[in-house]
Design a protein around this ligand. Structure first.
Ligand code: TZP
Ligand code: MG
Length: 225
């Protein structure tokens, strides 16, 4: 397995991630920024800037603003797909899907950037570890309109990945909200990532806080058990 070369501080912060908020790719810039600010304020450990299309300059400017917000809050910033924008705004890392750049190529381009990989099966998860990914997204756990073309993998995959005992952090993603969060954590997810549960909420800050509270409550119950 290729050894990761991100620094130990980044690794430590990645291992501590429990709540990871992904911005809504279709949101106007102001709304995306408000969601990132709310996530930081509401207690997210990591934020992913996700945009669709090729608005390079606008997305770079947005990424710069997100970097300011996340750096001030001590929150990890990951940029989806665009390693150029991630590096240019001095983000902490990049998130790559199965059809994006290979993990090893991203690592070569950006040795000290966190490289995350989306996975939809245990085989993909094991392969991504072997390729040197620093963390994984596992999902979509439930059907989600945010990623309509990707079939849901169900809680079964969350349990299977948990049982596989991966040596890197991972987050469950897809259709997760305050009502089903506990089932995802009970299935073995160490952390959760959400789009709509925060970004589509009437009050994204309050929504992030509530998810944070629920994740923390579950973790404290585990420690007491
Ligand atoms: N990757 C897998 S599911 C998903 C992504 C980006 C979208 C999750 O969105 P939501 O709104 O939390 O269901
Ligand atoms: Mg992608």
């Amino acid at each position: 397995m290729p050894a990761t070369i991100i620094d130990t501080e980044k690794q430590r912060r990645l291992r501590r991630v429990r709540l990871y908020v992904v911005s809504d790719a279709s949101a106007p810039v102001a709304r995306a920024l408000a969601c990132v600010a709310a996530a930081c304020d509401g207690g997210a450990d990591a934020v992913q800037l996700r945009r669709k299309g090729d608005a390079g300059l606008a997305d770079y400017r947005l990424a710069e603003r997100c970097r300011e917000l996340t750096a001030a809050a001590g929150v990890l910033l990951i940029v989806n797909d665009r390693i150029d924008i991630a590096m240019a705004c001095a983000a902490d890392g990049v998130h790559l899907g199965q059809d994006d750049l290979p993990v090893a190529v991203a690592r070569r381009l950006w040795p000290d950037g966190i490289v995350g990989r989306s996975t939809h099966s245990v085989e993909q998860a094991i392969a991504a570890v072997g390729d040197g990914a620093d963390y994984l997204g596992v999902g979509p756990v439930f059907v989600t309109p945010t990623k309509p073309q990707t079939p849901a993998v169900g809680l079964e995959l969350v349990s299977a990945v948990a049982t596989a005992g991966l040596p890197i952090p991972w987050v469950a993603i897809g259709g997760i909200d305050r009502d089903n969060l506990s089932t995802v954590l009970e299935a073995g997810a160490p952390a959760v990532a959400v789009v709509r549960a925060v970004c589509a909420a009437d009050d994204p800050r309050a929504a992030a806080r509530e998810l944070r509270r629920l994740v923390d409550a579950r973790r404290s119950a585990e420690v007491m058990a």
